[in-house]
Design a protein around this ligand. Structure first.
Ligand SMILES: Cc1ncc(COP(=O)(O)O)c(C=O)c1O
Length: 464
């Protein structure tokens, strides 16, 4: 009986989703003929098929069936000001009439560089590229050149983009009993990378120290998101980031913060919030104001490796180039986005994020669900487990256990006009006010209520 009730809940959610997305479904079939699996980004896919979105304004977005959503996805955390921000749109429209890219340094390039160097404690100089992937490729290469070493340490389950060196342990090695080992499970990664990437659990300084002891003089850098975003929006424990800084310094290695997602959390990124200043910082997403961008920033002495005038022969300077690096559209959009994201706005949307997180937590508790909300400021995540979450493997175990609930939760939110990331991740934007958060919380509460019989039937372990 309980099982039948659970199945009816799941069927009902799926049925409603299909009913309200008929055109989307047709689009998906069309897309599958010319795009493998019908898409070009794995992160935007979910069963039974992804919503096809086509226009947005502020924090609202519309799909091709005419359904309207409150956008708590914000293109995977990149749209700090939501869609079609008037000041950004107007600035780039004006520029577009005068060209988009010139193959030379430009005033907007210098201005955005000044803006980011000025607000970010760990960035004296910066180089722009097109994506977070490029930013972390350059970060690792720079650290290797600076130290003359090849190995790197990354976190088990840490995500840093699409390149070979960081596609090791993209999912946390939850089966390991003696600490995580490097696992190259994705096809197409050359053998040469195996052995170069060492793995540690997030929030575990002993593991980092042990790797440095086992590989003396061989490790170029530790790369870490100060708050792993894809890994579960897990907070660093007291002293963890400072400990990373100390250990890397002690061993002559560099500390790289991947702030592609977390830069939004403080005016100068999460490094400013935490007070721990990395040697190198990878940026992307919000600094492009909705246009393609990435950047590598760092302290002067390290960035000097890119300046032929400062590199002593016979050493060669590091090479950087890219046809669209520094294109004026991304530079101008990024500049306007940053000008509209000063301390009061950062604090305001961080408070709204806290309101969302606390509201979700209270709602889960009220319903007797073993669920918790984690996050910092404008990034919030739901986890189907109630033990404090320390590392990414633990978050992944909870996700695997509750994968069916997570999928239904996401679809039911869509049915109710709330767009979130498929893994129950919520990301805020500046057009939002308390009104939007109250609305989101009301729909999330109704979603929990709808799912209650399902959880009772299929996951009694998640009921208190
Ligand atoms: C922490 C982190 N690093 C790197 C990347 C890769 O950035 P991009 O998708 O711009 O290549 C992402 C993308 O989501 C990210 O979240």
């Amino acid at each position: 009986m309980i099982d039948a009730e659970a199945t009816a809940v799941a069927d009902g959610i799926l049925e409603r989703y299909k009913r309200r997305t008929k055109r989307t479904r047709e689009q998906m079939e069309r897309a599958k003929r010319v795009l493998p699996a019908g898409h070009t980004r794995g992160s935007t896919q979910y069963p039974p098929y992804a919503t096809h979105l086509h226009s947005g304004s502020g924090c609202y977005i519309q799909d091709c069936d005419g359904n309207r959503y409150l956008d708590l996805l914000n293109n995977q955390t990149s749209l700090i000001h939501g869609h079609a921000h008037p000041a950004i749109t107007s600035a780039i429209t004006e520029q577009m009439q005068q060209g988009t890219v010139f193959g030379s340094p430009t005033e907007p390039l210098i201005r955005l560089a000044e803006t980011i160097c000025d607000r970010t404690p760990g960035i004296d100089q910066i180089l722009f590229n097109n994506s977070g992937t490029e930013a972390t490729i350059m970060a690792l290469r720079t650290a290797r050149a600076y130290t003359g070493r090849e190995r790197i340490i990354k976190m088990d389950g840490g995500y840093h983009g699409l390149h070979d060196a960081v596609l090791v342990n993209m999912k946390a090695d939850h089966a390991a009993t003696d600490g995580p080992r490097p696992r190259f499970t994705l096809p197409g990664i050359p053998q040469a990378h195996k052995g170069q990437s060492l793995i540690a659990p997030f929030n575990d300084l002993t593991a980092i120290a042990t790797l440095f002891e086992r590989h003396p003089g061989e490790i170029a850098a530790v790369i870490v998101e100060p708050i792993p975003n894809a890994g579960g929006i897990i907070l660093p424990q007291e002293g963890y980031l400072a400990g990373l800084k100390e250990i890397t310094k002690q061993h002559g290695a560099l500390l790289i913060f991947d702030e592609v997602a977390t830069y939004r959390l403080g005016r100068g990124g999460y490094q400013e919030v935490s007070g721990v200043i990395p040697d190198l910082t990878a940026l992307a997403k919000i600094i492009g104001g909705g246009y393609p961008i990435g950047a590598l920033g760092g302290r002067q002495e390290v960035m000097d490796l890119y300046d032929p005038a400062r590199v002593e022969k016979p050493q060669e300077p590091l090479y950087v180039s890219g046809t669209y690096h520094g294109n004026v559209i991304s530079m101008i959009a990024g500049q306007v986005a940053m000008e509209h994201y000063e301390e009061p706005e950062v604090q305001r949307i961080n408070r709204l994020g806290d309101m969302l997180k606390d509201g979700i937590q209270a709602c889960g508790e009220e319903l007797g669900l073993r669920v918790q909300a984690t996050g910092y400021g404008s990034l919030v995540r739901v986890h189907w487990q109630d033990e404090p979450i320390i590392d990414i493997a633990q978050a992944t175990r909870g996700d695997r256990n509750a994968q069916d609930i997570i999928e239904l939760f996401h679809l039911e939110l869509l049915n109710r006009g709330i767009l979130a990331a498929p893994g129950e991740k919520f990301c805020l934007s500046t057009p939002m006010t308390e009104k939007e958060i109250d609305h989101a919380l009301a729909e999330i509460a109704e979603t929990f209520q709808t799912l209650l019989p399902y959880v009772r039937g299929k996951h009694p372990e998640l009921i208190v």
